[in-house]
Design a binder for this molecule. Sequence first.
Ligand code: CMC
Length: 376
Amino acid sequence: SKYPHINKGLAGIVAFSSTKSFIDGQEGKLIYAGYNIDTLAENATFEEVCFLLWNDRLPNKAELDELNNKLQNNRDLPEAVLNYLKSTSSNAEPMSVLRTAVSMLSDFHEVEADTSKEFRINKAISITSKMPTIIAAYDRIRNGKEVVAPLSEKNTAFNFLYMLNGEEPGEQAEKTMDLCLILHAEHGMNASTFTNRTICSTESDMYSSITGAIGALKGPLHGGANQAVMNMLLDIEENDADPVEYIKERLDDKQKVMGFGHRVYKTMDPRARILRGMSDQLSRETGHEKLYEWSEAILETMKSEKGIDPNVDFFSATVYYSMGISPDLYTCIFAMSRVSGWTGHYIEQAENNRLVRPRALYVGEKDLPWVPVEER
Ligand code: CMC
């Protein structure tokens, strides 16, 4: 052919080395810094996963206590950010509000004069601890409710639900949220992590990188899929539709079904496997078993019609729904977890940097003669 090969969507291109995570797309295996996702799901807390992604090892007791303290002491938002949340328009999208609020946080933090690991980790802690506060405060403000201050001595999952609902979550809700945060924390060179590393590679600051990453996560082909999955299920319910017919019509129409397919996994996403069990249990406990049954029917249909498996966003939707969380916050929850991976990658990139600068194939015309404006 006339042109050299293009790796459209950078598929299969290895541009960085990383110790943060490993994905085996054939086997359906995911590892964070050495630890299998199933091992972490069973044993870890989100805070331990944060430490792991920032330090490439698990914390000892004293280190974990110190991290928990720092996270707890950093949850409060600057007044200007709260004022911004109060000033948003009623049709604002939560992910856009989160992106702007995180961007604003840079006004209240030192610029990147210090290149030590400790300085960078402290900045990562500050952003990670404030994102749940931003999301919860925004949701309460838009619903005309009082903003709830975080409780000290409590972890990220507890405080997020507490600040969101204005009441202490039960043990099961806290555990479920913690598990969701663990499952979304890190995932290789996905679009938002790549965006974050690209911005870091220009020697820009961590806030700029995370702001860009939130923008990348927002789209429905990436993190926005969980919200789209829930909207699909609610659409089926509203129209009293048959879920199998609904999906077949979409496929006939060459539309994508959200929550299915993955660039790397060619089998069931191991996170989807864990979330599937949670969705089953929680849906039954909260009287939403119908939504779970439809999800299973959709899964069957996608498998038989297209041979495509669900990804992390498919069952997380019904898990959050069972917890009573508004669908337009699902991608924000993804972001408040993934910030741990993004900041881990930021530090890794900054410590071994080279400017990210690929090429594009020019397919336009060349050397055209100039035509004066009156003659065009
Ligand atoms: N529904 C219907 N068809 C699909 C889907 C889907 N969800 N996913 C892939 N396909 C088709 C695709 O159209 C293509 O068909 P054809 O060869 O006829 O053109 C074929 O399967 C192969 O697709 P691919 O090259 O493997 O897809 P990709 O790697 O370019 O895209 C994807 C990956 C995630 C963007 C895509 O699967 C998709 O759009 N899924 C729906 C959105 C979604 O759930 N995103 C969440 C991704 S995972 C976690 C996250 O990042 O949030």
